[in-house]
Design a protein around this ligand. Structure first.
Ligand SMILES: *Cc1c(COP(=O)(O)O)cnc(C)c1O
Length: 228
């Protein structure tokens, strides 16, 4: 299927749900991203800062860019002017830097941030525990921030085809969301996103309450890492 057909397929699949699609375009050239854009899609995800900066410069500026990969504090400055959402916030230190850079660029809109929660059984995956996320939200530093908006949580499930394990991990992320919502955001409409689900497990994630799936190969085809 073409990129356009894939975009239309996901639009159709998600029509009856509150869930939106982030088209994960990492490793794919701007021409292929433009195809998805021409099919009407506007939310794209990248996992590397340099690649994102290069693509941002070459593509229409009404794209909503989401950073979904690990972000080093010293690289926030390269994306702070234009980024819509940073899904991979995994420490207070990083959030402090994001807030600072958003202020320096004089953005009219805050940078949307999502707290990345570790839900997989693999120790290598980045992310905080739900307790660490709570401690971040309880901190005085966080309460002073005026240039970021925490819009939800993000998680990467274990790379497995074990359906019950995947469901459990998605449920864990959802209950973390519920916990943070009821304690810190009960009156805040903007805290509403649960970003979970990728090409292989998006349908399960939607069934478990995902509001944002991140699909790469299911739209753009297999990635060729030798070109990056
Ligand atoms: C690459 C990536 C995806 C998309 O993976 P696919 O299996 O190609 O859909 C989703 N989320 C994150 C964080 C990624 O790095």
């Amino acid at each position: 299927m073409s990129i356009k057909e894939n975009i239309l397929y996901f639009d159709q699949q998600l029509r009856q749900t509150p869930c939106r699609l982030v088209a994960v375009s990492k490793t794919h050239p701007v021409e292929r991203i433009q195809e998805a854009y021409d099919a009407g899609h506007r939310i794209f995800g990248e996992n590397k800062v340099q690649e994102l900066v290069d693509k941002y410069a070459q593509l229409p500026h009404d794209i909503n860019w989401h950073l979904i990969g690990h972000l080093q504090t010293n690289k926030v400055k390269y994306i702070a002017e234009f980024i819509d959402t940073i899904q991979s916030v995994d420490s207070l230190k990083l959030l402090i830097e994001i807030n600072k850079r958003a202020e320096m660029f004089g953005r009219t809109l805050p940078i949307n941030c999502m707290l990345q929660i570790a839900i997989a059984d693999e120790e290598t995956k980045y992310g905080m525990s739900c307790e660490e996320a709570e401690a971040l939200l309880a901190s005085e530093e966080y309460r002073q921030m005026k240039h970021i908006s925490i819009t939800g949580v993000m998680g990467i499930a274990t790379n497995t085809d074990n359906e019950s394990q995947l469901r459990q991990e998605f449920q864990n992320l959802r209950s973390c969301f519920d916990r943070l919502k009821s304690t810190y955001f009960f009156a805040s409409d903007y805290f509403k996103e649960i970003s979970m689900g990728m090409t292989s497990d998006w349908a399960l994630a939607v069934a478990e309450g995902s509001t944002m799936i991140r699909v790469g190969s299911g739209i753009f085809g297999a990635r060729d890492y030798s070109k990056t």
